[in-house]
Design a protein around this ligand. Sequence first.
Ligand code: IPM
Ligand code: MN
Length: 337
Amino acid sequence: MAHSIAVIGGDGIGPEVVAEALKVVSATGVDITTKEFDLGARHYLETGEVLNDSTLEELRSFDAILLGAIGPAIGSTDVPPGLLERGLLLKLRFALDLYINQRPFISPDPDSGFQGLPIDMVVVRENTEGTYAGEGGFLRRGTPYEVATQGSVNTRFGVERTVIYAFRLASQRPRKHLTLVHKTNVLTYSGDLWQRTFDEVAKEFPDVNVSYSHVDAACIYLVEAPQRYDVVVTDNLFGDILTDLAGAVSGGIGLAASGNLNPERTSPSLFEPVHGAAHDIVGSGKANPTAAIRSAAMMLDFLGEKEAASRVFKALESSPKTNLRTEEIGSFYAERI
Ligand code: IPM
Ligand code: MN
């Protein structure tokens, strides 16, 4: 049976990169049906709606969601800050319980890896809790005495299922290495919960080698020797920041893919490039669709189309010439499937 895919091109370069990802999926011959959903900044400005309940319910009925990018242009004031992020992307992550954000980083080819060594790592980012949960508030807002708090919510259930997922993933990889990244020296409550959970789950996976990095040190290691990492597990905000950095050192954010996963498959998982809408380069042909293509390959893999997915991953090992336009890069990979 064909896999049904909800396609949310979104804003800026989102629709351009998603079109190339679909071109590559189509080259694999995997049977899919697609339905486009017009959501994002433009849709909000036209209709006043971000994501209504009936659209959310309709999205639930698909096998997977492929998303380009969401967000207004940097500096534009017609969309309130956070409205689309909270009302659309985070709403989908939370409502569909996409509690794993899996972000692989692979140097395009061994010769162009960082300092001559290839990078092959995966960040497993907790995706429904932490500071993203929205806990907090204001006291005396707008006065000179105002206080803003923004709490971090960490539940044993949420941390444990993420850590278990990361251990399983690490145990399936050749290096079998897993690093917990946190800030246990300062975040003594959430850090303690993460560390204890990690140590307990580790006992169930004696074949996995474990280590720990404070998040600030992890930033140095990612810049100086990213090859030290295999699988990294971390909380929502640290994962957000670390994955931009990991993208930057492993070939650029234009290559960084992600899967927002519900591993139990009780709802469709969502696949999207890590990068944003990049309104400044819309229509210029400069958008790199590689991250969207790799995200689509992760989608095929998650849908059980392992052989097709591995053909796309294999194609992604070759690097196209520089200066190719968006659609030329898409065709470059589509021709190698
Ligand atoms: C990401 C993005 C999102 C996040 C934003 C757009 C809400 O930066 O997917 O990394 O912070 O998770
Ligand atoms: Mn981010």
